[in-house]
Design a protein around this ligand. Structure first.
Ligand SMILES: C[S@@+](CC[C@H](N)C(=O)[O-])C[C@H]1O[C@@H](n2cnc3c(N)ncnc32)[C@H](O)[C@@H]1O
Length: 185
């Protein structure tokens, strides 16, 4: 299932404002992220979703941003500082085989995994770690790029998520992606 990891310089393309015309982060996140919430952006890259997430979480909220690539995280830190959001964000470089978020157990209200699962070497472990971090009733928004992932592979990904204690909710329309909201049992 795992493909190669997207190169660090692609982070600039992913964070382009033009992408908002096709995938509007505020519109996608607004139903899930409310002021004061604790959110997780797993595979955040340079923060196309993390910065709007931090705005929606407000001054009393917190967004934990995790990525495998230090260059992605360093660029996100600079962008968060410029946006005046750094105080409500936390930045972590993880290892390929683990998000290293055991300390977040049961504390996350909303998690995002956007275009990342197909790059991970062990999606089952990825979901197990997110499942451990998200509180009961919390949401995980999962999206995978249709250009890289088949409909069948996405169904297999969903069953891995269900094995980690989520049930499937609505299927939001996301441009050129398979997507699903998963709710923690
Ligand atoms: C295609 S990008 C998507 C980034 C972001 N979610 C977005 O939609 O703009 C995938 C990101 O996931 C990260 N990644 C890949 N494998 C990972 C892993 N095992 N753990 C954490 N991050 C990973 C990559 O470094 C890259 O920044």
């Amino acid at each position: 299932m795992a493909e190669s990891v997207c190169p660090w310089w692609a982070g600039y393309l992913l964070a382009s404002p033009i992408r908002k015309l096709m995938q509007d982060p505020e519109k996608l996140l607004h139903p899930h992220v409310k002021p004061g919430m604790r959110a997780l952006d797993a595979g955040c890259a340079m923060g196309f979703f993390s910065l709007p997430m931090a705005r929606l979480a407000g001054t009393s909220g917190r967004v934990v941003c995790v990525d495998l690539q230090e260059k992605m995280i360093n660029s996100l830190k600079r962008r968060a500082t410029r946006a005046g959001l750094v105080g409500r964000m936390e930045f972590r470089v993880c290892s390929p085989g683990s998000l290293m978020i055991d300390d977040l157990a049961g504390s996350i209200d909303f998690a995002l995994a956007f275009a990342v699962v197909h790059e991970t070497p062990d999606p089952g472990k990825f979901f197990a770690e997110i499942g451990n971090a998200v509180r009961k009733g919390g949401h995980l928004l999962l999206a995978e790029p249709a250009g890289h992932v088949s409909a069948d592979a996405f169904q297999k990904t969903l069953s891995l998520a269900r094995n980690s204690g989520f049930h499937t909710g609505e299927l939001p329309a996301v441009w050129k992606s398979y997507s699903c909201v998963l709710i923690k049992d």
